[in-house]
Design a protein around this ligand. Sequence first.
Ligand code: MRU
Length: 366
Amino acid sequence: MNIDGKAWRTIWLESDGCSVGVIDQTLLPHRFTTSTLRTCNDAAHAIRTMVVRGAPLIGVTGAYGLMLALQADPSDAALQTAFDQLNATRPTAVNLRWALERVRDLVMALPEEQRAEAAKAEAARIADEDVGMCAAIGDHGLAIFQRLAEARPQARQVEPFHVLTHCNAGWLATVDWGTALAPIYKAHRAGLNIHVWVDETRPRNQGASLTAYELSREGVPHTVVVDNAGGHLMQHGQVDAVIVGTDRTTRRGDVCNKIGTYLKALAARDNQVPFYVALPASTIDWAIDDGVNGIPIEARSEAEVTHIQGLDPAGVMTSVQLTPNGSPGFNPAFDVTPARLVTGLITERGVAEASEAGLRGLYADD
Ligand code: MRU
């Protein structure tokens, strides 16, 4: 995507051919800075501290992390240590394990002196494939938006097509395009009069900071709302569709996404608003069927609940306390939306019913 006229991806191989560049997402939307990862520790730290975040992007970062580890030590032991270190950084998004396994399984079969180069090529392939998958998700989602927009009553056709999204499933969460935001970008570029309700997404506010930033840069009309506003908007006919991403999708179509997604799905069902989930194949965990009981949910620091971060009037990033001294916080980072609440899964291969049969219809061989 373009920032101030320059095309960016979220992650790239630096010109030295051996280190990795990323956009530092902890400082957005206030500061656009990049960071260079030179070691496996750097990659693990970037994932854990959410310098990079979003399921597809942490997968690609993990893949490059293995390349960085193998450049320092290509032995079997070092490979396994790096795999374990990176895999432990964030537990919910299955893309991380998927990408790590893909690189590990490839290089294990090679002589040590070839491993780092092979890991580099595979990480680049994973990144390129992610871009292709997200662009295709955008095309399939665009067709849905066009159909829903045209199906609205005549009197509503003059209104923008209102889409609500939660967290950030845009290009910052992937390598480019995004998952849930890709159809929005494609719709905007295709001339659909679209407006996005952006859930702020407490506690880390990925919606208010990252999704709003992306949509501003692309000139997509949007409004940031507090997380609790979605049900009210739906009751008053202000939401034509909900679209979100997912960090792990089970074989039966349950979707695990940023905390609060489930409540949006419940409100959408109660108000007959279509609830779509956009995902690349790398997000499907074929080994799990029951998402509520099978998916590990990341528990993050209570400080993210008791404090909030922003820019002070002097332009300095600062953190302020919201809660009384001593009140504990609890911070599960994701929740599971059962398949029965999902209208459709928008994948790079097309749109599937959220069910085992639906997913198998698209991924017979996986
Ligand atoms: O904690 P985050 O910011 O990594 O969570 C990101 C999300 O929940 C996204 O919706 C998800 O990764 C899908 S992104 C394409």
